[in-house]
Design a protein around this ligand. Structure first.
Ligand code: ZN
Length: 198
């Protein structure tokens, strides 16, 4: 793999065409990925916390014609970057003030963007687990969730996708889709404990 190198430009330093073309050649893969993913340009968004009204609203479905729009691509890239930065495992659009049905989830295979996610099947078996939320800082509680769920969503390319999730992934999907209906984990939790935040 080619390694990128900085192109040094100093006052009075004339860049030779040969140098510039060599640099472009060396960095073309990196430049291409920046333009394709916009990842370098992604911003860290402000996460709303309670009692923000946006967290209590029912979010509206994303118009299928807008799935591949630049605006939606930017929002999902920004949400992915924000989630990573804040060490979250999932983030829903209402948490950044956008009341649309869009979530990002950090899976073992990388971050996935789920547009209009819908849980289509839930297991009878449930289990208690501890949860927290970036919008309810310093609070943790035990929530009873279904052990397995099936979920249908549209991916970033607008392709209808189905996943079967269990364990942490199933919990994250249930927690994040609740956000799209204005439901927070504290509505369902017991043994809520507060930890002092800095
Ligand atoms: Zn949350």
């Amino acid at each position: 793999m080619l390694k990128s190198t900085p192109l040094e430009i100093r006052a009075g330093h004339k860049i030779k065409l040969r140098e510039l073309s060599a640099w472009l050649l060396l960095n073309c893969n990196k430049l291409r990925s920046i333009f394709l993913t916009g990842s370098i340009m992604a911003k860290i968004l402000t996460i709303l916390s309670i009692p923000s009204p946006s967290l209590r609203e029912k979010s509206i479905a994303v118009d299928l014609e807008k799935i591949k729009s630049k605006k939606l691509k930017e929002l999902s890239a920004d949400m992915a970057k924000t989630m990573k930065e804040k060490d979250g495992v999932g983030l829903a659009a209402p948490q950044v003030g956008k009341n649309i049905r869009l979530i990002v989830v950090n899976t073992k295979d990388g971050i996935i963007c789920m547009i209009n996610p819908k849980i289509t099947k839930k297991s009878w078996a449930k289990e208690w687990g501890e949860e927290g939320c970036l919008s309810v800082p310093g609070v943790y509680g035990h929530v009873k969730r279904c052990k397995k769920v099936n979920c249908i969503y549209f991916n970033k390319e607008g392709i209808k996708t189905k996943i079967q999730a269990e364990g942490l992934m199933a919990v994250v999907i249930q927690h994040e889709t609740d956000h799209l209906d204005g439901i927070l984990f504290i509505d369902k939790a017991k043994e809520i404990k507060k930890i002092k935040t800095a």
